[in-house]
Design a protein around this ligand. Structure first.
Ligand code: NDP
Ligand code: X2W
Length: 284
């Protein structure tokens, strides 16, 4: 199935015809599974603006054959394509890289098929972030992916692991809260300012973080003018944050981490507390 991408950087006004053709030749062909979800549609927005990327397939397990603009009218005339079904071989015929913007428990079975079909994969779910299968099963309550795929996955916190992700076949993107926590903590830990054994993270998220599906905990009347703490000591990003900090410090790190749902659409705020190392002090 062909696709007509409008406004994706083709015909750059500063390029001669030959240069523009070369630039088009070098474009990476990208497919997005879960493109009807919040992560998928945000990916479309970001990738559409990238001069070296061409979105060649937008994929849905539930709405194949339907124009993507049916669910997202703002994409009318921007992506003129019907949604494709989920078929690893078909995707491999159209794309070099595929994003899996799919729920945990779905990515764990889908991603191995995509890798085996020769695609480069970037997974947004939590399924391949934890290196320890038993820990994954404890926190996520699903069967863990095969060990070889867990080993292959490179943790995609690109601000910290930029060199490690460059050129690999399989990137497992970090969790939302983990990103907001680690980007605050890693510079302070690396500089030796704080005691990694004293970390308390108070995290707050908007509602889009729970995805586009509706359930009682996220519908308007439950969330509006309300505030709630959830998944106390049970949040799946606790072992992810601890895994990274343990790797960085070289000693076991545990964190106190609490999540709150706040009545806003998107965004995360983490307020992080830690004791200063005794060679440092705070000037007020
Ligand atoms: N929302 C956020 O802020 C963040 C989300 N994440 C993670 O990214 C992933 C996507 O999240 P998000 O976009 O919010 O979730 P959504 O629920 O909004 O979207 C997930 C999409 O996955 C598709 N899907 C569901 N089941 C299957 C299946 N069996 N096979 C193929 N596709 C399927 C659905 O689309 P369809 O029915 O059309 O196939 C659905 O639209 C999740 O793992 C999430 O935890 C990570 C960081 C931030
Ligand atoms: C508000 C809200 O419900 N947020 C979700 C974030 C889920 C998520 O993105 O989880 P992974 O990245 O690990 O897949 C939660 O707290 O579970």
């Amino acid at each position: 199935m062909g696709m007509d991408v409008v406004g994706s950087g083709e015909g750059n006004a500063n390029m001669s015809g030959d240069q523009a053709d070369n630039s088009r030749d070098q474009k990476v062909r990208v497919a997005i599974i879960g493109s009807t979800g919040y992560g998928g549609v945000e990916l479309i927005r970001l990738l559409q603006g990238h001069p070296q990327i061409e979105i060649t397939s937008v994929i849905s397990s539930s709405s194949a054959g339907v124009p993507i603009s049916d669910g997202f009218p703002h994409l009318t005339d921007i992506i003129v394509q019907n949604l494709d079904g989920v078929d690893a071989q078909e995707i491999a015929g159209k794309a070099d890289v595929v994003f899996a913007a799919t729920p945990s428990g779905v990515s764990s079975t889908l991603v191995p098929q995509l890798l085996d079909a020769g695609l480069k994969v970037i997974d947004l779910s939590g399924d391949f972030r934890l290196k320890d299968a038993a820990s994954y099963e404890h926190w996520y309550k699903h069967a863990a992916p095969e060990a070889s795929y867990l080993e292959q996955a490179v943790y995609g916190l690109s601000e910290v692991y930029g060199e490690a992700v460059a050129g690999v076949d399989f990137i497992s993107n970090p969790g939302c809260y983990s990103t907001a926590s680690l980007l605050g903590l890693i510079p302070a830990i690396s500089a030796g300012w704080i005691d990694p054994k004293s970390i308390i993270i108070d995290a707050k998220s908007g509602v889009s973080g729970s995805g586009r599906g509706v359930n009682l905990g996220v519908h308007y009347a439950e969330v509006n003018e309300n505030l709630k703490v959830y998944k106390v000591n049970k949040h799946q990003h606790i072992p992810e944050i601890e895994q990274v900090l343990t790797q960085i410090t070289g000693e076991p790190v545990t964190v106190t981490f609490t999540t709150h749902l706040v009545p806003m659409t998107r965004g995360i705020m983490t307020t992080i507390y830690a004791s200063m190392n005794n060679t440092y002090s705070m000037k007020i």
